[in-house]
Design a protein around this ligand. Structure first.
Ligand code: F6P
Length: 545
């Protein structure tokens, strides 16, 4: 196979886009809509339960064509096939990337090193379902014979954000017989606040860590074990109250968890893509196996769509191309995720890891510095809260912030006209951003001349609308998969490795040395830079012993 070009910004396709950018930049969205009355229909795509309207983006059909040409020049279709077929595309870790196999509900074979991984996946899921069912039905008993009432997931990053986000998102579907809590921060406050009102006899800890070496998780897990054994009076209690989700059997055993209570996943599942692996166990236990299955089906429908749809109608591809358009031509620095659903309040945080840990890279696949911007800063809050906090900047600030508005036609939580009000804001904000409010309208309204400049809305601020019928396990799975694949496509075009995360290592290494210094004091003198030395000394001097 022909190698992809190293510096895509030197390609003919990129240069044509740069030229086109200069032509289209002065055109206001208002003008785009006036000139093309069918624009909304032309740029709306429906599949996998989602209505995705791209028409309020700063582009036209030429832009889209040129962006698609760029994707083709980067051999995107080949790259998609390489991922799905289990090739070792995570080259810096020499691993396949097969989160798509985890939710491959069609069960078609998927091979890694000549082995069909579907039987591995299915057997772990079926073991997880059985154990989750025993917990849910009360057959699983704690050390003192009590039923489990609370599942505490201890993990961080991909071993926390995904399950926590989905648990919050799908709470409505829970029969509330079992509660999940999530502990991630090594700050003891997190663990203490989450468990201090619990009865150890009715609590199950799920230690979720791919490596089973992550400092935060192992520290929290050890403290949780001590809390539990102190309360229940025996080390033997660990067996009834600890489950491990990991790919490191040896470390699980070393920690003292019975391998019979371990659910494994594999090195071809990246942490931030592990939600539908064993890492989702807390969801199976609290929401039940049907909901977990429906979630996986939602993911799978987008996987099929992504693999099989032509690039021109491929929703994650189009989302990725819009992102590249803003990032590399408008030179925007950030991207806002604005879910109009309180249930999705953890979605922006979850997508921060998906996107920023994947595409926050500055070295290309040949080891050279990337000569253009890669992954944006991802941020957001649920609407309408964001409206009363940072929308001012999006409407009238000096920065262009592309936004995704995520909404649902029917509410899960019904009460009076709350939902109509929520969705009226959802539509209104996108309209306001795109079309603004001109001086002439303010004049007609009789606004005083000296007030007018402050009240003008320039508009021409882009947004994408993602609208589904209802927040369901399926629509949520599909939504997450749209973003996962969007990030993948961008990584292919930027020619960076999206599936490693070397950038998290240095801080971890330095903290090990500093931890020693904080515990032991300044024995052999501090050998950091002046600022770090001074900070540590200030800490040591003022610490209450
Ligand atoms: O430090 C980053 C990271 O490696 C993430 O990629 C991962 O999701 C998280 O830490 C947790 O890792 P583990 O599941 O191995 O504890």
């Amino acid at each position: 196979m022909e190698k992809p070009m190293t510096d895509v910004s030197q390609s003919q396709e990129w240069l044509l886009l740069a030229e086109h950018f200069e032509q289209i930049r002065p055109i206001h969205l208002k003008q785009h809509f006036e000139e093309d009355p069918t624009r909304a229909e032309s740029f709306t795509f429906e599949d996998c339960g989602w209505y995705v309207d791209l028409s309020k983006n700063l582009m036209d059909s030429t832009t889209l064509k040129l962006l698609l040409d760029l994707a083709k020049a980067c051999k995107l279709s080949d790259a998609i096939e390489e991922m799905f077929s289990g090739q070792k595309i995570n080259k810096t870790e020499n691993r396949a990337v097969l989160h798509t196999a985890l939710r491959n509900c069609s069960n078609t074979p998927v091979f890694v090193d000549g082995e069909d991984v579907m039987s591995l996946i299915n057997s772990v899921i079926s073991r997880m379902e059985k154990v989750a069912e025993r917990i849910r039905s009360g057959k699983w008993r704690g050390y003192t014979g009590e039923k489990i009432k609370t599942v505490v997931n201890i993990g961080i990053g991909g071993s926390d954000l995904g399950p926590c986000m989905v648990y919050e998102a799908l709470k409505h579907y829970s029969d509330r017989s079992l509660e999940a809590r999530y502990v991630s921060n090594v700050d003891a406050a997190h663990l203490i606040e989450q468990i201090s009102d619990l009865d150890a006899a009715e609590t199950l800890f799920v230690v979720a860590s791919k490596t089973f070496t992550t400092q935060e998780t192992m520290t929290n897990a050890a403290t949780a074990r001590k809390w539990l054994t102190d309360q229940l009076g025996s080390e033997d209690a660990v067996r009834n109250h600890f489950i491990a989700l990991s790919s490191n059997r040896e470390k699980v055993v070393e920690f003292g968890i019975d391998p019979a209570n371990m659910f494994e996943f594999w090195n071809w599942v990246g942490g931030r893509y592990s939600l539908t692996s064993a890492i989702g166990f807390s969801l199976l236990a609290t929401l039940g196996k049907d909901i977990f299955k429906r979630l996986r089906e939602g993911f799978h429908s987008v996987d099929l769509h992504f693999r099989n749809s032509p690039l021109e109608r491929n929703i994650p591809v189009l989302m990725a191309l819009m992102g590249i358009w803003y990032n590399n031509f408008f030179r925007t620095q950030t991207y806002a995720i604005l879910p109009y659903s309180q249930y999705l309040h953890r979605l922006p945080a979850y997508l921060q890891q998906t996107d920023m840990e994947s595409n926050g890279k500055s070295i290309d696949r040949s080891g050279q510095p990337v000569p253009f911007d890669t992954g944006p800063v991802i941020w957001g809050e649920p609407g309408t809260n964001g409206q009363h906090a940072f929308y001012q900047l999006i409407h009238q600030g000096t920065k262009l912030v592309p936004c995704d508005f995520i909404g649902f036609i029917n509410p899960l939580a019904k009460s009076g006209d709350h939902h109509e009000k929520l969705m009226a804001n959802f539509f209104a904000q996108q309209e306001a951003l795109a079309f603004g409010k001109e001086r002439s309208i303010l004049e007609e309204e009789g606004i005083a001349e000296d007030q007018i400049p402050f009240r003008v809305f320039t508009g021409n601020r882009p947004s994408t609308c993602l609208l589904a019928e209802k927040l369901t396990p399926e629509s949520l799975g599909s939504l997450i998969a749209f973003y996962e694949h969007k990030v993948f496509v961008q990584g292919v075009i930027w020619n960076i490795y999206s599936f490693d995360q070397w950038g998290v290592e240095l801080g971890k290494q330095l903290s090990i040395k500093i931890l020693d210094e904080l515990k032991e004091g300044e024995r052999d003198g501090l050998k950091h830079d002046g600022s770090t030395n001074a900070q540590i000394r200030h800490y040591l001097t003022n610490k209450i012993r």
